[in-house]
Design a protein. Sequence first.
Length: 264
Amino acid sequence: MLKTSGAGDQHRGKGVVVTGGAKGIGLGIVQRFVAEGAFVVIADIDMDAARLAAAELGDSAVAVHTDVRDEAALQNAVDVTVARTGQLDVMVNNAGVIAVAPLIETEADQWVRLLDINVVGVAMGSKVGAKQMISQGVGGCIVNASSGGGRHGVANVSQYCASKAAIIMLSQSLSQEVAQHKIRVNCYTPGHIMTPLWEDIIAGMGDKLGRTRDETLQAFAETIPWGRFGTPEDVAGTVSWLCTPDAEYISGQCIAMNGAELPW
């Protein structure tokens, strides 16, 4: 299990949904919220990994099969949370995929699949989360996963960068729509965070550039002033904080965690 230094009980009794919560950054976020007292639905398409994660967290988490391209599946994840805790307090739309290829080698169906997951999936997750929070009448927090690639274009991942830029605009727009209901909407833009998705990036970039894994990893590491790759807990702590009273006046923002790597 990832360490959760500084965790307390600031989310005790809250109901939380994390899409893509079975691995990587999503799992780090799940573990953080559980450590801070929340009940979390791990909403993921990979049920083997989701069940394993839930088993390690005991009664504080449950795995729910969720394909974020299916609005009904997202609604079910919310319903499971409400049935357990009485309300939905936090919706984290973290699920996403990446494809590594020059634009001229991509096909329309590849774009449609990636945008369905990375953009439409986040939009529908935000929709079902916002509708539930509005019906409850006590506010809530929606936190969406963007990326440093949503602020700064990167060769060979144009589909991913375009999708993550869309999340920033989606989050800012929604924040204005639901502010009257005291629902906060923010997004996070991780830099180089060592996760299974980043292993895919390293492999894909290495293949395109003719480098070994270690050579590619070193090239990325040299761009980080902080001197190391980030970890899921580096993201999870910020996501947790955005859902606390300390961040009550923060909405429509995009928070980066990147080890001083600009212009991310």
